[in-house]
Design a protein around this ligand. Structure first.
Ligand SMILES: Nc1nc2c(ncn2[C@@H]2O[C@H](COP(=O)(O)OP(=O)(O)OP(=O)(O)O)[C@@H](O)[C@H]2O)c(=O)[nH]1
Ligand SMILES: [Mg+2]
Length: 552
């Protein structure tokens, strides 16, 4: 991980952090928030590297730091003492700055810091101290670093533990203080695991080394190494320390090999820590995204199965649409016949009527065959139009048979579909659908505009100049009269065709309306079932984006 992390530049880190921020916000990953904030602050502020001394209570953390800086600044004692995070860093003048949770900042003399950082003088941190910053001119060699004293873990004071744990995301390098007389407890291992998400620099500081013989020390170190390998599969450097005996030698080693190394390479080390934290955040974020992905996949699967249960074979869109089409077609096929058969019964009476009328009107017509023909044409057109209009107006109520049948069929089919759908929804989602009235309107067709013209088959009139009318007048009159039954039949047939078209159009309209009901209803249900749809792809996209950007 460290190897790969080196390739990420500061702009890439910034981009990744933004990405992680977006993911955290979107999926409400509160647990990553604190770490993310801390890392964002590192990028924004470029603060000194925090070398934190952490560990169980009474491990000798504060004593170690006092020894390291050569000044008894931090309160120490035989009972749990340190109660607030205390940072030591270089400053031109000696001073202590007390930062409170409410944002207020006060200064205190160095001799008075125990009033803020010790359990005895600030019990339960009732003074609301967030952090105490101590500046010492003697720390000039460590400029760019901060030595951080933390409240001990495992004591009766739970908030000591939470104070230190809350602060962990800030850690740059961790010195895990373990008292030589209590080598590597289970909570220490836990702490190492936790630290590994925050820093690449974890060092074990075996304190109170004076309590052990040289042989025992080596034994403890071997024990550390074996346990760490077994439990965490890793090696960690172990340093010995004692504030009671041989301190100078221990101190020199710690200074040279830990502190000074970080001070000299401060910028490179800072970047290394930043990369590590960012990579670790990516890792954490990916972990959550995998969970989110699984949940979304599960939801997709559930949704698919819900969908399949709701839209089973009884609630099948294409089948019901086909059925509607069939009902419509079946009725449309019969429309013409029904109308035609009904109208045919009027053929005889209308024929009789128009023959009578022609017989009455024709004698008044004058002129040659051409003129006669024109008059006959006009007469026929007008008479038929009037007859058909009357017929249409008086009888159209009888044309609606198929329209009514189609309406009944389509309505029935719709009702059945709706019933099955509702039943399935109730069964699968335990939701009772609101009663919706799926009413198919019967749109009464408009009456056709009945105007009939041109009705001649043979254009005798084209040869009118060859025919002397005084001889043939009667013959033509007979011819015209004989043509009338055919005219009536033709016009009735046209009327039937016009009505057929209108009625079948109306049936089509009903079918479309029904289909629309069904499609809209199914789309609504699909919409309900797919509220989270797209999540899966989206999460996959985020995962690959994060992996790509972080070279993971
Ligand atoms: N024998 C021995 N005792 C030590 C050493 N360092 C510290 N002590 C003792 O260990 C006790 C605890 O020391 P502290 O420095 O207060 O320990 P701490 O880890 O800061 O404790 P908390 O702040 O309460 O977590 C004190 O009584 C010290 O005298 C050491 O090197 N050798
Ligand atoms: Mg302490």
């Amino acid at each position: 991980m460290e190897q790969k992390a080196k390739s990420i530049s500061l702009p890439q880190i910034k981009a990744l952090l933004q990405q992680i921020r977006a993911v955290c916000d979107r999926f409400n990953l509160i647990s990553l928030n604190r770490r993310l904030e801390a890392t964002e602050a590192l990028v924004a502020e470029n603060p000194p590297i925090d070398i934190a001394v952490l560990g169980q209570f009474k491990a000798g953390k504060s004593s170690f730091l006092n020894s390291l800086i050569g000044q008894a600044v931090l309160p120490v004692g035989a009972i749990p003492v340190t109660t607030a995070i205390t940072r030591l860093q270089y400053g031109a003048t000696e001073r202590a700055i007390i930062r409170h949770f409410n944002g207020s900042i006060t200064e205190a003399p160095l001799s008075g810091i125990a009033g803020h950082t010790s359990e005895a003088q600030n019990p339960g941190n009732q003074k609301n101290v967030e952090v105490v910053d101590i500046e010492l001119p003697t720390l000039e060699a460590y400029a760019g670093l901060r030595l951080v004293d933390t409240p001990g873990l495992g004591s009766v004071y739970q908030y000591h533990k939470s104070t230190s744990e809350n602060w962990l995301p800030e850690v740059g390098a961790a010195l895990l203080a373990i008292s030589a007389d209590r080598p590597l407890s289970a909570p220490d291992l836990e702490l190492i695991r936790e630290l590994a998400t925050h820093t690449p620099n974890i060092i074990i500081l075996l304190t109170k080394a004076d309590l052990l013989s040289e042989e025992q020390r080596q034994e403890v170190i071997r024990f550390f190494s074996a346990t760490l390998q077994r439990e965490l599969h890793r090696d960690l450097p172990v340093y010995l320390y004692s504030t009671k005996a041989g301190t100078a030698a221990f101190k020199q080693i710690v200074e040279n090999e830990i502190i000074r190394k970080l001070a000299v390479n401060r910028d490179a080390e800072f970047m290394r820590i930043l990369r590590y934290k960012t990579e670790s955040l990516v890792h954490g974020c990916l972990g959550y995204l995998e969970v989110a992905l699984n949940a979304a996949l599960q939801a997709d699967q559930d949704r698919e199965s819900l969908r399949a249960q709701i839209l089973d074979e009884k609630v099948n869109e294409s089948l019901v649409l086909e059925e509607l089409g069939m009902i419509a077609r079946e009725n449309q096929r019969q429309t013409r016949d029904i109308i035609q058969t009904y109208l045919d019964q009027f053929r005889g009476s209308i024929t009789k009527k128009v023959i009578k009328k022609l017989e009455k009107d024709m004698p008044g017509w004058k002129g040659n065959l051409w003129k006669l023909s024109r008059q006959y044409e006009t007469w026929t057109s007008e008479t038929m139009t009037e007859e058909m209009r009357w017929l249409s107006k008086a009888e159209h109520g009888h044309f609606y048979g198929t329209l009514k049948k189609a309406h009944a069929g389509i309505s029935r089919s719709l009702e059945a579909f709706r019933k099955f759908l509702d039943e399935n929804i109730q069964k699968v989602l335990s939701v009772k659908m609101a009663d919706v009235e799926w009413k198919i309107d019967v749109v009464e067709p408009e009456r056709p505009d009945i105007t009939f013209s041109k009705s001649f088959d043979v254009h005798l009139d084209l040869i009118w100049f060859l025919i002397p009318m005084f001889l043939f007048c009667k013959i033509f009159e007979r011819h015209f009269l004989q043509g009338l039954p055919r005219e009536v039949e033709k016009n009735i047939s046209r009327l039937a065709a016009q009505w057929e078209k209108r009625i079948n159009d109306a049936i089509d309209l009903m079918k479309k309306q029904a289909a629309q009901y069904i499609q809209e209803e199914l789309a609504t249900i699909d919409g309900l079932l797919s509220k989270t749809q797209g999540q899966t792809d989206d999460i996959r996209r985020l995962i690959s984006l994060l992996k790509e950007q972080s070279n993971q």
